[in-house]
Design a protein around this ligand. Structure first.
Ligand SMILES: *Cc1c(COP(=O)(O)O)cnc(C)c1O
Length: 366
């Protein structure tokens, strides 16, 4: 029995989020021990979390009978030091940056409002928008995955409440240029959300624009460079006027006490962050130079490989048979069927990826 009429409009049109594949599923599927699976499908930090973050969690483990601070104020303070921005511009969020996106859309979207999404990109913007009754409007990026700023601006109407731009973009890894961001910010009466989930791996960010625009929001996360994906912590940078409204609509206590402790400790360990970034910078170059397909330039901890004339699904199954999980981008809207996203791993893991690609091509040629 089911009662679909009880579910609100808009939900039916959501296609479920497709996560990267898990180690245990793949180990069973290909008959390898889980220790031999190389998981490069979800852009996690191959070095794991900072030791400081782990011990902070352990130290605070017995506090979990007590509610954390409702606004994660201690973490906001640490983020203020880390970013150099006042705490009045920062909110901590859980679960992850996804929680930030959810709370924001809940705050601003009335049924029928438009949300512009520059594709191919992270799929949660669409899911979260639809769940609030928003109408996603998709504006494809150009061949090199640059945001088509003119087309975005043309798509803006008085009903446009949010424009999602991801920089570095998932799955393409490229940055949006600042001139385009400013033009877009000035073209709309709504908000512009810039997703900087991967910004620690890039050589620039757009945080400074927060001083000049009252409709800019920047999303960040501890899931990628900081290696805390399992704790689900993100943060938002937004104008002060918006923070006070946001705090009214967000779930209280949405960052757990363990997450607050670990987040603060992770920020106090710049060495671990540096090691993580160095590993990515080297690995990204190695993959680009050694995979015999077009590898797009990336400012993130992954590379996007165009495997045409082959299909992404063919390459991904070949890699899976060798115990290597990468991301088939076919499920990303407007990505086509030949894009594979590979998280930069440790040196040894990257070498195995390169070997698997070579092996695929060799088996075709003979
Ligand atoms: C991973 C990712 C996120 C989600 O981050 P969480 O903080 O883990 O929710 C947001 N945006 C992009 C582009 C991502 O790749």
């Amino acid at each position: 029995m089911s009662r679909p009429e009880l579910i609100k409009e808009g939900i039916e049109s959501i296609s479920e989020y497709v996560p990267g594949r898990s180690i245990d599923d793949i180990a069973e599927l290909v008959g390898l021990h889980p220790d031999r699976i190389i998981k490069l499908g979800s852009n996690e930090n191959p070095l794991g979390p900072s030791e400081k973050a782990v011990s902070a969690m352990v130290r605070h483990a017995s506090d979990i009978s007590i509610y954390p601070s409702a606004d994660a104020g201690e973490l906001v303070k640490a983020l203020s030091e880390y970013t150099g921005l006042p705490g009045s511009n920062i909110v901590a969020s859980g679960p992850g940056m996804d929680g930030l996106i959810d709370s924001l859309l809940r705050l601003v979207i009335n049924p029928g409002d438009r949300v512009i999404i520059s594709t191919p990109t992270f799929s949660y913007y669409e899911i979260a928008s639809r769940a609030c009754g928003g109408v996603p409007v998709f504006v494809p990026r150009d061949q090199d995955f640059q945001v088509d700023a003119d087309a975005v601006i043309d798509a803006v109407t008085p009903d446009t409440k949010m424009i999602f731009l991801c920089s570095p973009n998932n799955p393409s890894g490229n940055l949006i240029n600042e001139v385009d961001v400013k033009r877009i910010l000035e073209s709309t009466g709504g908000f512009v959300f810039i997703d900087e989930a991967y910004v620690e791996f890039a050589d620039r960010n757009l945080m400074h624009l927060i001083r000049d625009y009252d409709n800019l929001i920047i999303g960040r996360t501890f899931s990628k460079a900081f290696g805390l994906a399992g704790l689900r912590i993100g943060y938002g940078i937004m104008p002060e006027w918006l923070k006070s409204q946001y705090m009214k609509a967000a779930t209280p206590f949405n960052v757990s006490s363990a997450a607050i402790a670990a987040g603060i400790a992770a920020l106090s360990d710049p060495e671990h962050l540096r090691r993580s970034i160095d590993l990515v910078e080297k690995g990204r170059m190695f993959l680009k130079e050694n995979i015999d397909f077009r590898v797009h330039d990336s400012h993130a901890n992954f590379v996007l490989v165009d495997v045409s004339p082959y299909s992404a699904s063919k390459i991904c199954s070949h890699l899976l048979q060798k115990g290597i999980i990468v991301r088939d981008c076919t499920s990303f809207r407007d990505a086509g069927e030949s894009l594979v996203r590979i998280t930069v791993g440790k040196e040894e893991q990257n070498r195995k990826v390169v070997e698997a690609f070579a092996d695929f091509l060799n088996s075709r040629e003979t």
